[in-house]
Design a protein around this ligand. Structure first.
Ligand code: M6R
Length: 613
């Protein structure tokens, strides 16, 4: 799960610098190690380093950067540890070719055993190295036919960029089930390849998305494209304008904190232009055919991973409760292998901040096999998930840099509330005005601002509770799903062991974990089940478990008297409460991680976008 960048036909700018810039923009795909290979008449030079791209940059001073073809890579380890020898590019035994790879070769072990029995020596533990050695073994002086023979033997998913010393003018790329773009800058004629558009610098490009099993041979000012049978094809380029917004932390110590603080404006932008207050109507500007889908739909399935899945859980609950259509949220990696009971009257709503998550793409494809209609909700225009969907809507959160998702989540929820209300409106010829949904939605940014103003109190709670060894989150209904999200936030950046259960489930097992060292964080927001959750808290307290309770204005805690508490004092409709509770617990997770001095924006072992399954 990695980022690929490559350049052919450098005219004015340094190709090494461009690769470094491109890799830095792709670091959200992995930041365990990185590497670069340059090809010119003198052969191939390779430099690799563990750690972030910055570390590679420091090692590059000696590289001769003439007119070269370059490939570069930033890695998130799948096979083999985070050591330099496993960093890409990988070479064949002779060092004649270098390649970078994103994806997983599922039959790497069989190929490796076979090659080893033929005497090939491997230097890494990666699946990628088998591609390099296979290439070396099958090489026939013809890059195209060699590549075709290589990929015929590969099972799994790959995007590959490759250079060979016998072909000093050629950059080769091929892909299966992984995104790879070829971008031509018409002005300079420079040709770039990359895992996605995020890697490109500001400017106007002609873009081609390489399709499964296609092979492209890129030379200066020339691209030759072939299908798997080696029949030449004409690539269909589309114009794209890249506007890069530089990412600055500004006055904030971390991107995560900045992004938490951006939530009021992100929610405001996500709502903007999407409702008419006078007419009490939601306006989504989707194609008319979506109205037909909304009228007919019998079942709605929300798909996503991690935080995006949690946004789906909350909305499935809201949609079923309010619109009265069967709705469920599914973890994309499970759904794609589940033989789901869906049909053309099922609407699938795929949620993804990045729009690149491999499992979500796989799940969408599974749903499409059953002819379900797909609406995707993403934060990134032109992302892969958008191209896989029948309809799409963009959250307006702006780039989210921190691996730990915050503003993307609350923007997803905002947009998903609008979608739910829209489906209701279509099916009921209008939106009910009791409660006044639009008014409540419009109040959200200011309500989040009020929560953010209590950051001192939240930081105080974090300081007091930072020494607990384990944390158990509980909640009911909307608050259970919010607790799931909050539990993920805390474990992701503080490395604390956290668990989450519906409050009513405690007595069926998790109570065995309760002791003085385990903090239970109870989200009491759901008013109809408040008394029940209070009883569950008492069960925890009876076993000497300390409790941090988050509660609402109309709720009283006399009966439980928790050790720690936080009041959310805004009046808010039940389905919208997750936004405020999530923001409190984002800040709480942030301050716990700050106390623990972890790498908050780039937590260990993770990547912002998970592009392998
Ligand atoms: O880009 P996506 O929304 O598809 O990403 C899904 C998850 O990988 C992501 O939400 C992950 O769980 C976050 N790091 C959580 O903070």
């Amino acid at each position: 799960m990695c980022g690929i960048f490559g350049i052919c036909g450098t005219i004015s700018k340094s190709s090494v610098n461009q690769c470094i810039e491109g890799l830095k923009k792709l670091e959200y795909r992995g930041y365990d190690s990185s590497g670069i290979a340059l090809l010119d008449e003198g052969g191939i030079q390779v430099v690799r380093s563990t750690g972030k791209v910055e570390a590679l940059e420091k090692k590059l001073n000696h590289l001769k950067d003439k007119k070269t073809i370059s490939i570069a890579h930033t890695r998130w380890a799948t096979h083999g540890g985070v050591v330099e020898i496993n960093a890409h590019p990988h070479l064949d035994e002779e060092g004649s070719l270098a390649l970078v790879h994103n994806g997983i070769i599922e039959n790497f072990y069989e190929i490796k055993e076979r090659l080893q029995s033929e005497g090939v020596r491997f230097s890494s533990q990666t699946d990628t190295e088998v591609i390099a050695h296979l290439f070396g073994k099958l090489y026939t002086n013809d890059l195209l036919t060699t590549t075709s023979s290589v990929i015929q033997q590969l099972e799994g998913a790959f995007a590959i960029a490759c250079i060979h010393k016998n072909h000093p003018d050629t950059l080769l790329v091929t892909t299966r089930d992984k995104p790879l773009i070829i971008a031509v800058e018409p002005q300079s004629g420079q040709i770039l390849v990359a895992s996605d558009l995020n890697a490109l610098y500001e400017g106007e490009f002609e873009i081609f998305y390489l399709q499964d099993n296609q092979i492209a041979l890129i030379e200066q000012n020339k691209i030759r494209l072939f299908n798997k049978d080696l029949i030449p094809l004409n690539p269909n380029f589309e114009p794209v304008k890249i506007e890069n917004t530089p990412h600055f932390k500004g006055e904030f110590a971390h991107f995560m904190l900045k992004e938490i603080y951006e939530q009021p404006s992100a929610i405001r932008r996500t709502l903007e232009g999407r409702y008419d207050i006078e007419l009490n109507r939601i306006l989504l500007n989707l194609p008319k055919s979506f109205d037909e889908v909304s009228k007919k739909v019998q079942k709605v399935i929300f798909l996503g991973c991690g935080t995006s899945y949690h946004a789906g859980c909350i909305t499935a609950h809201f949609l079923e409760e309010f619109v009265k259509i069967e709705a469920q949220a599914e973890i994309a990696s499970e759904f794609r292998y589940s033989e789901p009971l869906i049909n053309p009257d099922t609407l699938v709503i795929a949620i993804s901040q990045s729009g690149e998550t491999a499992d979500t793409i796989g799940a969408i494809r599974e749903a499409k096999n059953h002819r379900a209609k797909i609406l995707s909700i993403t934060n990134v225009a032109n992302s892969s998930i958008i191209r896989e969907s029948d309809y799409y809507l963009l959250t307006q959160a702006g780039p989210e840099i921190s691996v730990c998702s915050t503003k993307a989540f609350t923007s997803q929820l905002t947009l998903l509330y609008l979608v739910t209300l829209y489906i209701y409106q279509i099916r009921n010829q209008g939106l009910s005005s009791h409660p006044n949904w639009l008014k409540a939605l419009r109040m959200l940014p200011a309500q989040v601002e009020s929560v953010l103003q209590k950051k001192g109190e939240i930081q105080g709670l974090a300081k007091k509770t930072v020494n607990f060894e384990k944390v158990l989150f509980i909640g009911r209904q909307y608050m259970y799903y919010t607790a799931l999200e909050s539990s993920l936030k805390l474990k992701e950046i503080s490395y604390l062991f956290t668990l989450c259960y519906p409050a009513g489930e405690l007595k069926h097992g998790p109570l065995a974990l309760i002791d003085e060292k385990t903090l239970t964080i109870a989200l009491l927001g759901h008013q109809p089940t408040f008394a029940k959750t209070c009883s569950n808290i008492q069960e925890v307290q009876a076993r000497k478990g300390p409790v941090l309770a988050l509660y609402n204005k109309s709720q009283h805690l006399e009966q439980i008297q928790p050790e720690y508490s936080f009041l959310i004092d805004q009046e808010i409709l039940e389905p919208f409460k997750p936004i405020l509770y999530a923001v409190v617990l984002q800040l709480y997770a942030y301050y716990i991680a700050l106390e623990k001095e972890t790498d908050i924006d780039y937590p260990k072992n993770l990547a912002k976008s998970v592009t392998v399954e």
